[in-house]
Design a protein around this ligand. Structure first.
Ligand SMILES: [Zn+2]
Length: 848
């Protein structure tokens, strides 16, 4: 039988959810939604569900009569929800208005409906707010004691319904909590607390949060309304509809469970009234079952509201939510913030390219059902914005803001759905909805296809998350011989692996392009020389190394800086391994025996085995083929030998914002956590870890073969430190990315101030990090030239920004600003060059 069902207040918090439930039966029944508010998208949605929408007020007697007189059911959800919660908030005007809407509105409905019509009405547990002492399990028979206007008007409505002779159901609701896609009610305690938790905020617990609260989940309320409407044997009844009886503190603690960053502060003022609780026995006896829990609702709200932070990004790709997996396969859902009126189904072949355009009005949403792309995008409203790349895999939804130019490079045969809100007439292409804007040409497409990395170098996970993009950049150490010499540029961006917590570059540049002729000589720096002298003495003492016996190799030995101290102390079984021909030659000339080549499987037979000590300083970041490198090390090492790795420490990079450690040579960015995850794949153990000072903060780990080693306490301590810092949380990395972009703005602003005052700026030091920083900041002719102590770099140019590098004798004037780009040697440089200028600052000083 077709029923006529009226939902008054259907655009509200409960009404919205009730309409969703009724959308399943709206083709078999006549459903009319009446509301005095109007949200066009919601109204459209109701009409799409075959529901009629009437824009009107319950105080309009005629309108109510017209629609309700032949109704079978009325859900009466109308009423003012913005009500005073305390005596001090209330005043006569507000109170009278609340009472009028409640009393007159309800009377209009009662006058209109027939005797056989069922009216379902939400009252509130607050009708008991006047109870003086703590009282638990209050039943429906207990006399009501309203105090404020809200509870008074609700109890007045209860009386009207009871005396009307009509078929009523009254549901006395606890505080309704839960996530709603359309109408958020954040003034309700669990919702408010979840909102605060989603923003890492602070919750104040007055009187220690001892007050008792009666709560009920939103969806269960909507379900109960429908069930009451359908249950023909229930008529003219009143029910308490309450699920959870909890203290305020208990709710806050659930929030803390789902976001440990949330801060809870208890105050110890006195509680006027601890509250009361309602019995839900009667409603459970009707067979009604609650399906949702406070815990799960809070988790959902925190996670959904946290995700909304992300949506301000230019672009983001995400997997589906609420996955459901059984033997048939998997369902995953993507919730959209707006309705869609056009779905394009687009097939693309591997190796092709699409888009190179932007949409001035529309958000681009693409759901990838098969294949994979590299997506390239750039904010066209901001001229300084970098070109950013990222991988989107099947099952992911990619969302790009309007006015962001984007291009898709298909790395596999790919199918996706283009989900559009708005018009996409072919005739208007290039005019209204889609404007051509080429950011990737054919040559660049091929470059991306050849160098892009899709899976984690350490663990193989394919869902890597972007931390920061420094734009397209030249290879940092490949200095140019001529100002206008051509150079290759590759995306320079750091990704994070949520599985093993390694950070790494999105592309792999062929190592031969970077390491075959290397201009960086480690021995140039006295602090480096001293570092390795101390290290050698330390290892000799603690590992009990013997000059005539111990066989030591150093991988990536550069000019022999780490082996020279051993040689000076009488060790003669030493071997350097260095891919740069010029450096290997230099080391051999200095009597440090060095093999010229990469440390890889095919070269192993040329190197003597049974090594006692393998050193790998500042090379573990430099390896694209990590597994091969680790396997080679373990093959070469004897049974009791030790591997000592020194590598830049990710924690320092994140903490000190040393983004200029990011360049194409550094494929990987390590923490102890990620190193341990990596080495757990092999038959060996990291048994000792320590922080060291090189390269603006590094970490040194000691490894031996076997799984049953005694692990020193320093490993545990450092792991704990990393965990507290948030090394396993993506948000830590996102914050880093945001701060880097802020820092860029500051540097540009400060450089402009110097130039406005006609200050001549001379750089000092041309390490790789200078190339990264200058290219990222977009600084070129603001700096006249760069002084460098390493003669190999003289008369060359920094790629990308074309700043010349010169010997310091070229600096003739004194009234200049010397900007130290090799900031990790700032103190050393300043001390040795005071005669050049009395104005020597570090580039780090401009970042604030
Ligand atoms: Zn990984």
């Amino acid at each position: 039988m077709k029923k006529k069902i009226i939902i008054i207040g259907g655009l509200g918090y409960i009404g919205t959810e009730l309409c969703k439930i009724y959308s399943g039966v709206s083709w078999n029944n006549k459903i009319i939604v009446i509301d005095n508010r109007f949200f066009s998208e919601r109204v459209n949605q109701l009409r799409n569900w075959n529901m009629e929408f009437v824009h009107g007020d319950i105080l309009d007697k005629e309108l109510i009569n017209k629609h309700c007189k032949d109704a079978d059911v009325v859900h009466h959800l109308a009423g003012i929800t913005d009500v005073p919660r305390t005596k001090s908030e209330s005043n006569d005007v507000r109170d009278n208005k609340i009472k009028l809407v409640a009393e007159e509105g309800t009377q209009n409905i009662l006058d209109a409906i027939s005797d056989k019509c069922k009216i379902v009405f939400p009252s509130t547990h607050v009708v008991y707010e006047g109870i003086e002492k703590v009282k638990n399990n209050i039943t429906e028979e207990e006399e009501v004691r309203p105090k404020l206007s809200y509870s008074s008007s609700k109890s007045l409505n209860e009386k009207q319904l009871k005396n009307s002779g009509k078929n009523y159901i009254i549901l006395r609701l606890g505080s309704v909590y839960g996530y709603s896609t359309d109408t958020a009610r954040i003034d309700i305690m669990p919702n408010l607390f979840s909102k605060i938790a989603s923003q890492d905020g602070t919750i104040k617990l007055f009187a220690g949060g001892k007050q008792i609260k009666s709560l009920v989940p939103l969806i269960d309320v909507a379900r109960c309304f429908k069930q009451m409407e359908e249950s023909e044997d229930i008529s003219s009844e009143i029910f308490n509809l309450v699920k959870d009886t909890v203290t305020v503190k208990e709710v806050a603690e659930i929030c803390k469970k789902y976001n440990p960053k949330l801060i809870l502060k208890e105050t110890n003022d006195e509680v006027p009234n601890l509250g009361f609780s309602l019995s839900n026995k009667k409603i459970l006896n009707t067979g009604f079952k609650f399906l949702f829990s406070l815990d799960q609702s809070i988790e959902e709200m925190i996670s959904k509201w946290s995700k909304q932070n992300l949506i301000k990004n230019l672009e983001h790709a995400r997997g589906g939510d609420n996955e459901y997996i059984d033997s048939r396969g998997k369902i995953s859902n993507h919730e959209l913030t707006e309705p869609i009126n056009l779905i394009g189904l687009i097939d693309s072949k591997k190796g092709t390219i699409r888009a190179n355009h932007y949409h001035p009005q529309q958000e681009q949403k693409c759901l990838f059902t098969k294949g994979q792309i590299i997506e390239i995008f750039q904010d066209i409203l901001n001229p300084n914005s970098p070109k950013i790349t990222q991988v989107v895999n099947e099952g992911q939804l990619s969302i790009i803001k309007p006015n962001v130019s984007h291009t898709m490079v298909f790395t596999k045969d790919t199918t996706f759905l283009n989900l559009v809100r708005g018009e996409r007439e072919h005739d208007n292409y290039g005019i209204t909805h889609t404007i051509q804007h080429v950011i990737v040409d054919e040559k660049e497409k091929n470059l991306l296809l050849s160098c892009y990395k899709f899976d984690c170098r350490s663990c193989g996970n394919i869902n890597l998350k972007r931390v920061v993009s420094l734009g397209y950049q030249p290879l940092a150490n490949n200095l140019l011989n001529k100002k206008d010499e051509k150079y290759e540029a590759y995306p320079l961006e750091m990704n994070y692996c949520p599985q093993c917590h390694n950070c790494q570059l999105s592309v792999s540049v062929d190592p031969k392009k970077m390491f075959s002729n290397y201009l960086y000589t480690s021995s140039t720096s006295s602090s480096f020389r001293n570092h390795f002298i101390d290290a050698a003495k330390n290892y000799i003492k603690h590992l009990k190394l013997k000059p005539k016996k111990t066989y030591i190799i150093d991988i990536g030995s550069n000019d022999g800086v780490a082996l020279k101290p051993f040689k000076d102390l009488g060790f003669n079984k030493i071997l350097g391994i260095e891919p740069a021909k010029n450096l290997a030659k230099l080391a051999n000339k200095n009597k440090i025996k060095t093999f010229n080549g990469f440390f890889e499987s095919k070269n192993l037979k040329k190197i003597k085995r049974n090594v006692d000590l393998i050193l790998a300083s500042n090379v573990f970041a430099h390896s694209d083929k990590l597994k091969e490198m680790a396997e080679c090390m373990l093959k070469m090492l004897n049974k009791n030998g030790t591997i000592i790795i020194e590598v830049q420490y990710l924690l320092n990079t994140l903490q000190d914002l040393t983004f200029d450690n990011i360049y194409h040579e550094h494929y990987n960015y390590w923490s102890l956590t990620s190193l341990i995850n990596f080495f757990s794949q092999f038959d060996c153990t990291i048994f000792k870890a320590e922080k060291i000072n090189t390269h603006g903060g590094s970490i040194r780990v000691y490894i031996k073969k076997g799984k049953k080693l005694k692990i020193e306490n320093n490993v545990k301590t450092l792991l704990k430190e990393e965990e507290v810092f948030g090394i396993k949380e993506f948000k830590t990395y996102q914050d880093f990315g945001e701060k880097i972009n802020k820092l860029k703005e500051n540097v540009i602003k400060n450089i402009n101030i110097f130039k406005k005052n006609n200050k001549k700026i001379i750089g000092f030091g041309a390490p790789a990090k200078a190339t990264t920083a200058l290219n990222f900041f977009g600084i070129s002719n603001q700096i006249d030239f760069i002084i460098e102590d390493n003669k190999l770099k003289h008369n060359k140019f920094i790629p990308g920004v074309s700043i010349p590098i010169k010997d310091k004798k070229n600096l003739k004037e004194k009234n200049v600003l010397i900007l130290v780009l090799a900031w990790n040697f700032y103190n050393e440089i300043k001390k040795n060059n005071l005669s050049l200028s009395n104005n020597i600052i570090s580039i780090k000083d401009l970042e604030k």
